[in-house]
Design a binder for this molecule. Sequence first.
Ligand code: ADP
Length: 250
Amino acid sequence: MIVVEDLHKHFGGFHAVDGASLEIAKGSITGLIGPNGAGKTTLFNVIAGVLPPTSGRVTMDGEDITGLPPHELFHKGLLRTFQIAHEFASMTCRENLMMVPGSQSGESLWNTWFGRKRIADEERALRAKADEVLEFLTISHIADLKAGQVSGGQKKLLELGRTMMVDAKIVFLDEVGAGVNRTLLYTIADAIKRLNEERGYTFVVIEHDMEFIDRLCDPVICMAEGKKLAQGTLDEIKANEQVIEAYLGT
Ligand code: ADP
């Protein structure tokens, strides 16, 4: 589904991504691991259009998407989750979901003058969709709480929920498990698995928690020094000598 060919991202003279080539299969939950500073987040940001690449190519279903801005990738169904922005913290969790761009037709002048009923209908439909998403994620009880007040894990579920408000095809998740308690971590893992199995989402997941990776990911790609070092099942990766060396070297 995604093919990355000889991708480079340099910051000055520093090569954060240094000739990475890898493939993400449609329907997979691919884990991306590697020591700190391996270039995982930078790779994500380049694929998701947050940072322009220095060189190299990214294709999605055969189409060149290299360097496309996030909103264009968003319309193609490629999403990267982001932390709930500060300005949305005082809105409720339900409202946060309803605000996702692309899930509404926008307030054009035409809508404002002539479309009041249509807007009301749309808002009802959006609200119903947001409630359905909250229920899928087993967090209906936080619908009316302000997003800034819920726990770290619930925020992560909400971030995942935002991808469900649009027709996502592939979702890039950066450390969903960071700072989250075990119970919520399993809820998040379960939601990812169900989105993958029931709705056909493809996922690429950066995660340090090996139990989380073990539960969810096949294949696992290990990066080091800006490039792919190895790919396989987690057991294969753990037994790979180059991988062991890369981790010991940090
Ligand atoms: P990982 O996610 O694997 O820990 P990162 O992609 O965050 O790795 O970082 C790779 C390297 O690139 C790190 O050494 C980091 O300091 C550097 N880096 C990341 N972003 C920038 C930036 N905007 N400017 C300069 N260096 C950066």
